[in-house]
Each structure stands twice: as C-alpha cells, then as structure tokens.
Design a protein around this ligand. Structure first.
Ligand code: BG6
Ligand code: MG
Length: 215
C-alpha cells in the first residue's frame, strides 16, 4: 500500500530544468560546444559537478579541478540570476492543489531534489509548507542515479521505501527511485523515461484515482 509520494523539484514541480539547460548551454558555448536538448537529458537529476564532467566528456575537454570549480560556480551564478526572475506563478499548473489533495487524503509528501538551490526555489514558489520533509543536494553524498536521496526522504517520512511513489523527469532519477525499491512515475516522454512504472506528460495529469488503480 502506498503511504507517501516523493517529488523531484526541477522539471516536476516547476520548469527550472529549462534554466539549468540555459545556463549549461551558455557555459558550453564558451568552450565551443553546442549543447543539444538530447545531451541535456544526461544532465537532468545529476549533481552540478557530475553535469560538468559529462559536458566536458562530450566535448573531449580536460580541465583542472580548480578550473572546474570556477566554471561550475559561474554556471550556478547564471542559474541563480534566472531564478531571481522567477515568480510563484511558474509552479506547474495544478501542482499546488495536487500536493494539498495528496496530504488531505492521508498520504505523506516529500521533496527530494539533487539541487543545492532547492530551498531557494521552494521559498520563491512559496511551497515550504506543502511538504512533510525536504531533502536536497546539500544533504547527500551520492546524487541520482544513486538511491541515497530517496532513501533519506523515506527515512525522514518514517515510511518504508516499498510504500513510496517517486515523481521524476530525469532518467537518472527514475533509476534512483527503482534502485531505492520504490515505484516511479516518469513525467515527460516515454522514450526517455521508459523504465518508470508509469509515464505521464505533466505532473498534474496524475490523480489519486490513478494512484489507486496503478499502484
Ligand atoms: C537537479 C537538476 O535537480 O539538480 C540538475 O535536475 C542539476 O540539472 C542538479 O544539475 C544540481 O543542481 P544545483 O542547483 O545544485 O546546481
Ligand atoms: Mg528533475
């Protein structure tokens, strides 16, 4: 029986995934690389440093640890600039009501984001009080596809992993959820998220009836 729902943030609750892409694309351009949307799929859900390693690998570029730290900070500066332009209305349609109705039906709700900016995004959207637990990139050692973040979220909720459903827009996130022994709803295209138990186009397409019939 499902007792908790764990939400990824970027790309599931709000379209901050586009801001990550814009910032990485801008950085890659400085190194002569045109980062495509397909390549960007590899960056979703993984940590900032791991994303940079993937981009450098794609371009066959090798940089010192110090230079990598410097340019990862630069990318984050741009990302935060985009965030500062964001308004609470950018939360995906229906998601705020969805979070409330899940809790009103007796289920626990957590947020599990690899991002170190997750708290800032949550504050900007004014959704701090919609979760029973929040786990972010500052609290974990291994980012998705490692299951650590979801296992920590389940622990904070005091719910068994097998009783959790995760919402994810990233392939790495789907893998992490399954590796945690949880069920997973992919938000996006079945082509990218085919390993999930169910794929929906938009987060709010999911209803409690779907939960009861699918899981
Ligand atoms: C994830 C995003 O939520 O957070 C990734 O899907 C991002 O694209 C990762 O790289 C880390 O984010 P941040 O804000 O710590 O650089
Ligand atoms: Mg995401």
């Amino acid at each position: 029986m499902i007792k908790a729902i764990i939400f990824d943030l970027d790309g599931v609750i709000v379209d901050t995934a586009q801001y990550h892409y814009l910032a990485w694309k801008r950085l890659a351009k400085e190194y002569g690389l045109d980062l495509t949307l397909d390549q960007n799929e590899l960056l979703k859900g993984v940590s900032r440093m791991r994303s940079l390693e993937i981009i450098l690998d794609l371009g066959g570029i090798s940089l010192s640890k110090e230079e990598m730290e410097r340019i990862a900070n630069k990318k984050n500066g741009w990302f935060v600039e985009y965030l500062n332009e964001m308004t609470p209305e950018e939360i995906f349609p229906g998601v705020r009501d969805m979070l409330r109705s899940i809790r009103a039906n007796g289920l626990r709700v957590a947020l599990a984001s690899s991002s170190k900016n997750a708290n800032k995004v949550v504050r900007l959207l004014n959704i701090e009080n919609e979760f029973d637990a929040i786990v972010d990139g500052t609290m974990i050692v291994n980012s998705k596809p490692d299951p650590e973040i979801f296992l920590l979220a389940a622990k904070k909720l005091s719910v068994d992993p097998a009783s959790c459903v995760v919402f994810e827009d990233a392939e790495a996130g789907v893998e992490a959820a399954l590796a945690a022994g949880m069920k997973c709803v992919g938000v996006g295209s079945a082509e990218q998220l085919g390993k999930a138990n169910l794929v929906i186009a938009k987060t709010a397409d999911f209803t409690l009836q779907t939960l009861n019939s699918e899981f």
